[in-house]
Design a protein around this ligand. Structure first.
Ligand SMILES: Cc1cc2nc3c(=O)[nH]c(=O)nc-3n(C[C@H](O)[C@H](O)[C@H](O)COP(=O)(O)OP(=O)(O)OC[C@H]3O[C@@H](n4cnc5c(N)ncnc54)[C@H](O)[C@@H]3O)c2cc1C
Length: 346
């Protein structure tokens, strides 16, 4: 078998690069072993405003302009719209928060999202004595369903191999690789935190930050917007909400923990006052990087090997932009954005 590309990993990064290949009529084969699950457990929100500090996420506005039509196209292929648009309300903790909101709103990209009116009315079931700031233009993609459906879509065409990619089986050829009889021009590694097992790229400073979320059923809450206090409460339909997430830099497993659950409960009880039951808990490791920028580029010795990783906490918005940049770099000689190029660590 001969293909242009082998892709290792089918989370948001692998999916975005695969889409570039399909768009450009390249042949490929994807390997996926379910050893990581960051994309499937992600809360799925896209929001270019960092609500902790009222600042703009790195290139967030530009990334979102590319990302929304990108996912829209995929929804047509998989026959299901998985994007829910809503507003968000940021709970203010003090009068100072209100002042900071007004200071931030004057910044060019933030004014596209942050509303100038502060909401002071009490909302049933929510603690918020200092009022709320409102955001527009944001939403959520159901990444669990997206990944599941996209894998089925590739399987139909026999483009997906659900097995581990074994690094020591790569034979290097002059203009490509031979992997267990599959001849490929290039490999793109999109392994998320699984990168740590990859002998060709594991010296890159991928830290990994574990996150846990819970799903709750809260029939008296009745909100149709994303609520942000020290945690997110995201409406996902039928009186259920996703609550998250934790940030743990020590534990690198994808297992749910009692510690994570207790942290979420504690924060939730400072946010809402209505009864709820926990119906689900999930955990995954976000591929975070020391300098908070993606890890993209070509191996210094083996130019057949490439990496698309380090999507951090905002994979939904970032993936389409960096996949396009890597594809254009490999196929059209376009420069890689210096901020994402792994050469910065050489
Ligand atoms: C709790 C939580 C909440 C989050 N919420 C959000 C959010 O609201 N919005 C947002 O934008 N982002 C969010 N994120 C971050 C987002 O999930 C990540 O940025 C993104 O999913 C990373 O995608 P990825 O494809 O790089 O990694 P992954 O999704 O981990 O995919 C890598 C894939 O590679 C496979 N793999 C690895 N090694 C091998 C191998 N040797 N052979 C075969 N397959 C292999 C793994 O099985 C895996 O499927 C959240 C993350 C977590 C954990």
């Amino acid at each position: 078998m001969e293909v242009d590309y082998i892709i290792v990993g089918l989370g948001l990064a692998g999916l975005a690069f695969t889409e570039e290949l399909i768009k450009n009529n390249k042949t490929f084969l994807v390997f996926e072993d379910s050893s990581q699950n960051s994309s499937s457990v992600a809360s799925g929100t896209y929001n270019p405003v960092i609500l902790k500090r009222f600042t703009a996420a790195w290139n967030g506005h530009e990334q979102l302009q590319l990302a929304l039509p990108f996912y829209e196209k995929i929804f047509k292929k998989i026959d299901k719209n998985l994007d829910t648009k809503f507003t968000a309300r940021k709970v203010f903790n003090s009068v100072g928060d209100e002042n900071n909101w007004f200071t931030a709103i004057d910044k060019p990209t933030l004014s596209n999202y942050m509303q100038p009116k502060i909401l002071k009315e009490k909302i049933n079931g929510i603690i918020g004595e200092f009022g709320f700031g409102e955001l527009k233009g944001i939403g959520r993609i159901d990444t669990k369903e997206l990944i599941k459906r996209y894998r089925s879509y590739l399987s139909l065409d026999e483009k997906l191999k659900e097995e581990e990619f074994e690094y020591n089986e790569i034979d290097f050829l002059e203009d490509g690789v031979n992997y267990k009889g599959i001849l490929a021009r290039k490999i793109v590694f999109c392994e998320g935190y699984g990168l740590k097992q990859n002998p060709f790229f594991n010296e890159l400073p991928l830290n990994g930050t574990k996150g846990e979320t819970m799903t709750i059923h809260a029939p008296e809450l009745k909100i149709d917007f994303l609520l942000k206090s020290s945690i997110f409460v995201i409406p996902i339909g039928n009186d259920t909400y996703k609550v998250g997430a934790t940030f743990n830099r020590k534990d690198k497993t994808s297992k749910t923990t009692e510690e994570g659950r207790q942290e979420l409960i504690e924060k939730l009880e400072k946010t809402i006052t209505v009864p709820y039951t926990i119906t689900e808990q999930n955990a995954g490791v976000r591929p975070t990087v020391k300098d908070r920028r993606p890890l993209v580029g070509v191996h210094a010795i083996h130019s057949q090997l490439n990496i698309l990783n380090g999507l951090g906490t905002r994979g939904i918005m970032i993936a389409p932009t960096i996949a396009l940049n890597l594809f254009n770099h490999l196929e059209k000689g376009e420069e890689l954005d210096k901020e994402i190029d792994i050469k910065r660590f050489l």
